[in-house]
Write a protein that binds this ligand. Structure first.
Ligand SMILES: [Zn+2]
Length: 129
């Protein structure tokens, strides 16, 4: 394997807004051992695509952003890499929905507890309804 192909070139570009971004160009479809969801700066696994467009040969142009350290990169990635990222995002979404469900249940349990104690303390009167 040619090691030069594994080394992406990074260019820092300052946008008109003043924000600087890093543009990462990978060589011939190098396949990163780390998933795209892992941030190369802070190792967070929360990297998300913030922009994408189709590229030739089952590849995608992706703009990736890490919400943890605000790392940003654009690059061309293979369909396999993008599908793996999609799977990760689906897992993340499922995790988040499970958390939300637990939170909702906890809130409801808390409300019911307070309602029951207010009811038994006669703080709830017919005119409350
Ligand atoms: Zn990061």
């Amino acid at each position: 394997m040619n090691p030069e192909q594994e080394q992406p070139s990074v260019r820092r570009i300052v946008l008109p807004s003043g924000r600087s971004i890093e543009v990462v160009r990978f060589g011939e479809r190098s396949h990163s051992a780390r998933g795209l969801h892992i941030c190369p700066e802070c190792n967070s696994d929360l990297v998300q695509p913030v922009g994408w467009s189709e590229a030739p040969d089952d590849c995608w142009n992706l703009a990736l952003n890490c919400p943890n350290c605000d790392w940003y990169a654009e690059g061309v990635y293979t369909g396999d890499q993008v599908r793996e990222l999609e799977d990760r995002l689906d897992e993340g979404l499922a995790d988040m929905l499970r958390d939300l469900q637990r939170l909702t249940q906890a809130n409801m349990a808390d409300q019911i507890d307070r309602f029951v104690s207010a009811l038994s303390a006669d703080h709830i009167l017919p005119e409350d309804f």
